[in-house]
Design a binder for this molecule. Structure first.
Ligand SMILES: Cc1cc2nc3c(=O)[nH]c(=O)nc-3n(C[C@H](O)[C@H](O)[C@H](O)COP(=O)(O)OP(=O)(O)OC[C@H]3O[C@@H](n4cnc5c(N)ncnc54)[C@H](O)[C@@H]3O)c2cc1C
Length: 387
């Protein structure tokens, strides 16, 4: 299934697709069965420079706008691969680029661009606070030239396979701040230095191969200069990055929808039952046609959001709605693809059941559909805040 017409990143997509062809279904099936990290795939993307797409050229990256990163991630999904192994490097990057000091950028960005360091872990969600980020309980206390971190995160994906983690922690107690979103700070944690010394990582086995973890901080000491930007403004920094995250995840969902639709239409043309291709039946055609229409509509909104983001314009409406619609489109395409394949859709060798499990996540994470609808109700329609 082709990408949108008039795409400025057609050349990039072709190159990404070539790389992905080296990692066929067998590769992903074996990783999925073992719940193993696709290290070879991530290494290949790193060596080709794709994971440094958003790093400015002066630091050794490609200096692409967000739309370029979206094209890379969409294409990975459309080729049947899974960018979840490394997509965070794209969306976390903005916090370091926008709010990091010159010294932090000089220290980390060239090494990330060269593939010597991975910035893949994002520690926001906690077991007790969930979606209510401002209620998080992990604290960072300043002691001389260090911060001492205590608490717990959950669903910190790729923590075992990343060198760096972007961490959100409370630095001023909630009772002492005017707004509950104040007093939170962002840190760039070099996990290699603290693993086993205040930092414990425990993998969580999930319905798909996502390498997500619980992370525990027990008097974990990190240097004073691990703080990104100003102390107490971390919530705003994370919010700043959320539109980018939503647009990139939406692009991945569009890629997934393309994969499901390509797979389903090819099969519907060749599978003959009752003496004719199943794709000749409108009962088979219509769910695919509907999912295609949903995918194209989501894509248009996501492209608009990307254009606004890259132009420095507000894009919360497009990013939120685009993410919701793209996740729904990928799910509609997944359902239609599974049904089109009948019983064969459940056989692992077709890869459909694996992609089906993988794409389902995006209606829940990184932000659930309910919370997007709340955003639209409150910020777009002007209705009273519900929570
Ligand atoms: C595989 C996986 C990977 C993840 N990776 C990361 C990661 O790398 N880093 C990270 O920080 N987090 C990560 N997450 C966490 C993810 O962002 C959260 O799971 C998600 O934001 C939902 O939070 P929760 O699970 O605590 O659900 P809850 O907040 O407990 O919500 C449960 C349900 O209630 C609904 N709900 C809650 N409040 C309201 C409301 N006011 N109105 C309407 N409905 C409401 C939600 O929509 C949801 O359906 C990951 C999660 C998963 C499953």
């Amino acid at each position: 299934m082709a990408a949108a017409e008039g795409d400025a990143y057609a050349g990039i997509r072709t190159e990404v697709a070539k790389l992905c062809a080296r990692f066929p279904g067998e590769y992903w099936r074996a990783k999925d069965a073992a719940r193993a990290y696709p290290a070879e795939f991530v290494q290949a993307l790193t060596e080709a420079g794709w994971l440094a797409a958003l790093i400015p050229e002066e630091y050794g990256g490609a200096g692409l706008p967000l739309a370029g990163a979206a094209a890379i991630l969409e294409e990975i999904q459309a080729q049947g691969c899974n960018g979840a192994a490394c997509h965070a490097q794209m969306y976390i990057m903005g916090t370091l680029l926008r709010h990091g000091s010159a010294a932090q950028k000089a220290e980390y960005l060239p090494r990330i661009a060269r593939g010597e360091l991975r910035l893949q872990a994002f520690g926001v969600t906690e077991p007790t606070s969930g979606t209510d980020t401002a209620s998080l309980r992990t604290t960072a206390r300043r002691e001389g030239d260090r911060w001492v971190v205590n608490g717990q995160k959950i669903w910190t994906s790729r923590a075992e396979h990343s060198d760096l983690m972007l961490l959100l922690a409370r630095t001023t107690p909630r009772e002492q701040v005017a707004k509950r979103t104040d007093g939170l700070s962002v840190f760039l944690v070099d996990m290699r230095r603290v693993l086993g010394r205040g930092l414990t990582i425990r993998p969580i086995r999930t319905m798909m191969n996502h390498n997500s973890c619980e992370v525990f901080f027990d008097d974990m000491e990190i240097p004073a200069d691990a703080l990104i930007g100003e102390e107490g403004r971390g919530f705003r920094y994370i919010l700043d990055g959320m539109n980018a995250e939503r647009l990139l995840i939406a692009a991945e969902c569009i890629g997934d929808a393309r994969w499901f639709l390509a797979k389903a239409t090819a099969y519907a043309k060749e599978r003959v039952v009752f003496g004719r291709p199943i794709g000749q039946n409108q009962g088979v055609q219509f769910p695919l046609a509907r999912a295609y229409a949903q995918m194209r509509a989501a894509e248009a909104l996501v492209q608009k959001g990307l254009a606004r983001f890259d132009a420095g314009l507000p894009c919360g409406e497009e990013a939120n709605m685009g993410k919701m619609l793209a996740a729904e489109a990928s799910w509609a395409a997944a359902e239609a693809c599974l049904n089109t394949h009948g019983g064969f859709g459940f056989a692992e060798e077709y890869d459909i059941e694996r992609k089906f499990r993988e794409t389902r996540l995006y209606q829940v994470a990184p932000v659930s559909t309910n919370l997007i609808l709340s955003y639209v109700a409150e910020h777009v329609l002007g209705l009273p805040r519900s929570y």
